[in-house]
Design a protein around this ligand. Structure first.
Ligand code: AP5
Length: 213
């Protein structure tokens, strides 16, 4: 199963991708997590990407496409995957089509999670993340068992650098201008399902599961 999740920053893609990854036993591929790993390890990609990320801008398509071509060509991706945060522009969507066509693969389903902008700003202020695993919490809507600590490793949770309100608003603008339009690309293929992401985490999860029946 190859699933693509599209939605605004903080729209719940990562949260839902984790559920799907467990349920279908396929990996979550989050370009945001991959980039943060590169920033943390101070690789050349991480050094190039860091400023764009901190400003809430998109990292250039060429960097993302190179990173993803390498990832999707890997044998461990043969059973399927969940794409979370890629593609985000039309050139990236076209690049993904090429990679999939070379591999003789297609996407099975696109799930678009819609959330109102003001709800996003509220959610981001309470988000806490475990950097190494990408596990995501919210201080009210999805709190960890022990405040400030990851449930599985008990390591400290952090606030992401790009979750400040000003940066979140930039990211929302980028989403509306550059990412939302790519839904047309997939509508033509008849595989798009739109979900109301303003509901609770569980309700969103149930809606997505219904689309996958
Ligand atoms: P990335 O990490 O992909 O950020 P994003 O798309 O902005 O998405 P987030 O990870 O912020 O949110 P999410 O939708 O996963 O929501 P979450 O589940 O955490 O990208 C970061 C940066 O990297 C980009 O700005 C860009 O610079 C760069 N980048 C990445 N990919 C790129 C690409 N392809 N091209 C170019 N640049 C790229 O949920 C958010 C919070 O809400 C959590 O606290 C969660 O617990 C809570 N929550 C979730 N669902 C609900 C709900 N239903 N109700 C209440 N709370 C909820």
């Amino acid at each position: 199963m190859r699933i693509l999740l599209i939605g605004p920053p903080g729209g719940g893609k990562g949260t839902q991708a984790k559920f799907l990854s467990e349920k279908y036993n396929i990996p979550q591929i989050s370009t945001g997590d991959m980039l943060r790993e590169n920033v943390k390890n101070k690789t050349s990609l991480g050094t190039e990407a860091k400023d764009y990320m901190n400003m809430g801008q998109l990292v250039p398509d060429s960097l993302i496409l190179n990173m993803m071509k390498e990832k999707l060509n890997h044998d461990s991706m043969d059973q399927g995957y969940i794409l979370d945060g890629f593609p985000r522009t039309l050139p990236q969507a076209n690049g993904l089509d090429e990679v999939l066509s070379d591999l003789g693969q297609t996407l099975d389903i696109v799930i678009m999670i819609n959330v109102d902008d003001e709800a996003i700003v509220d959610r981001m202020s309470g988000r806490r993340v475990h950097l190494d695993s990408g596990r995501v919490y919210h201080i009210i809507y999805n709190p960890p068992k022990v405040e400030g600590l990851d449930d599985l490793t008990s390591e400290k949770l952090i606030i992401r650098e790009d979750d400040k309100e000003h940066t979140v608003r930039n990211r929302l603008e980028v989403y509306h201008n550059q990412t939302k339009p790519i839904i047309e690309h997939y509508s033509d293929k008849g595989i798009v399902n739109k979900i109301d992401g303003n509901n609770t985490i569980n309700e969103v999860k149930n809606q997505i599961e219904k689309c996958l029946l």
